[in-house]
Design a binder for this molecule. Structure first.
Ligand code: F0G
Length: 458
């Protein structure tokens, strides 16, 4: 008999989590204004709000932490991180930042001006936020397949080169300074970008004389999918694939809280000394001195170690197989999700499940609320609330996908937890006809509203 799959780690430290009653959850939700970000973590049984900064560090990472050098300038921890970035990602220059959006803030302070156009593949909300905050425009050039959730396609994160060409044809080329490709494509469902697509986008960018920047939060998961799904890469190691991915990029922004498996941290890396010099000014202003930029020495040490183990096949296989385990159970029960299952999360198609409530009543948020009520499971809406209003018309943007994302923290929950999640979703799915009304916004921020929005149940 073939041996079944098992995790490539054993558990060394645990933290308790608490169950609650439906009545308690009803009260807590009301107090939270139906925004799941407002819940206390104690009020959540299984927390799938995000896989960002919520993973479990390894014993090697904890050991590296103890050796952190907290010198203000020139700390050995900085050089450990610099070496890891050079060896694994191939970039000569880098700037530490406190997290991914800080990297965007610093880099876009150099690169994005009012009226600019930034094409890419479903920019993440903080990326779009930092572009729109500068009165520039993010244009989504993701392939159409990404928007047909039940269609199996191996690289739904890909950039459509025809859409990209159209953006360049229709806009003043002076206004486009770079293309940003997010690996994996979070917003479209944790979907990977193929190596072939990266190569083609890179050639296109060179031809147009613009930079290619990779938003790299889940770059290692992307490399795993290239290995599993792109024939010519099946015998390459993850590190070889990662090195090739970055050979096509001029720069990268990184939220280290995902694939580098640390609780906090980020960086910008680039090939150009000129870009490094320009970004350094903003890094010192917003983040900190060049050799720590918002991170403590111990955190840079843990990050250097995390980059190394996060790009090991076994780490990725264990992680992605757990996400697939949950996703496949839902598929088996006929629950509509983005297919194939993404790298870091299962994305439930709320448009299909709650089609009987009007779009304007935020189907995905309504489904996320129901799932919390059912079993104390916290997911997140990746839909019209997250999409913010159009910066010009100020209308809600209902033209995108309506997902409830269940992001699985790395090395944190067992498959028994996944079983609870699957059954809870099935229970909500089975009583979907009883859910006839959604929610209404009563208070919202002008940008990145989903974090603080206040809602009323209709
Ligand atoms: N880019 C991508 C693709 C992301 O997914 C995130 C964060 C960021 C940039 C910003 O990084 O949080 O370190 O400032 N995504 C988290 C999520 C918040 O839940 O998907 P950050």
């Amino acid at each position: 008999m073939e041996l079944p799959f098992a995790e490539s780690f054993k558990i060394k430290m645990v933290a308790p989590i608490k169950k609650s009653t439906r009545e308690q959850r009803k009260q807590w939700l009301k107090k939270a204004n139906y925004n799941l970000f407002n819940l206390k973590s104690d009020e959540v049984f299984i927390d799938l709000l995000t896989d960002s900064g919520t993973g479990a560090m390894s014993e090697q990472q904890w050991a590296a932490l103890m050796l952190g050098d907290e010198s203000y300038a020139g700390a050995s921890s900085y050089y450990n991180l610099k070496n890891a970035i050079k060896n694994i990602l191939g970039f000569e220059y880098f700037l530490p930042t406190h997290q991914g959006r800080a990297a965007e803030n610093v880099l876009f302070s150099v690169l994005v001006e009012q009226g600019d156009i930034v094409p890419g593949n479903s920019h993440f909300d903080t990326t779009k936020g930092h572009i729109e905050f500068r009165k520039a425009k993010a244009i989504d050039c993701t392939i159409d397949e990404a928007f047909i959730t039940d269609k199996e396609y191996p690289f739904k994160g890909n950039v459509d080169l025809k859409k990209l060409e159209k953006v360049f044809a229709e806009n003043d080329s002076e206004k486009i300074k770079f293309i940003i490709v997010t690996v994996t494509n979070n917003t479209s469902g944790g979907q990977p970008v193929s190596m072939q697509n990266l190569r083609e986008v890179s050639e296109f960018a060179k031809k147009k004389g613009v930079m290619l920047i990779l938003d790299s939060a889940r770059f290692a998961e992307n490399a795993y999918f290239i290995k599993m799904r792109e024939k010519t890469y099946e015998n390459k190691s993850i590190k070889e694939i990662v090195a090739e991915m970055y050979s096509y990029a001029d720069a990268m922004t990184m939220s280290s809280k995902k694939d580098a498996i640390v609780n906090m941290g980020g960086f910008i890396a680039m090939r150009s000394k000129d870009l490094f010099d320009k970004a350094s000014v903003f890094n010192i202003m917003f983040e900190g001195y060049l050799t720590y930029g918002g991170m403590s020495g111990r955190d840079m040490n843990a990050l250097a170690q995390g980059l190394d183990e996060g790009t090991e096949f076994e780490t990725l296989e264990t992680r992605i197989k757990q996400v697939e385990y949950l996703g496949n159970q839902l598929i088996e029960w006929g629950i509509p999700i983005q297919r194939p299952v993404g790298g870091h999360a299962v994305f439930i198609d709320a448009d299909k499940i709650l089609s009987n409530i009007p779009k304007e009543e935020f189907r995905a948020q309504t489904l996320a609320i129901e799932l919390y009520l059912e079993a104390g499971i916290r997911g997140v809406e990746i839909g019209a609330i997250l999409a913010d209003r159009d910066p010009i018309t100020r209308e809600n943007r209902f033209n995108g996908l309506e997902f409830v994302r269940l992001a699985i923290p790395r090395r944190t929950y067992t498959n028994n937890h996944m079983n609870v999640v699957a059954v809870a979703i099935k229970n909500v799915f089975d009583r979907k006809h009883e859910i006839t009304r959604g929610v209404e916004i009563i208070k919202e921020a002008p940008i990145m509203r989903h974090f603080t929005v206040e809602l009323k149940k209709l």
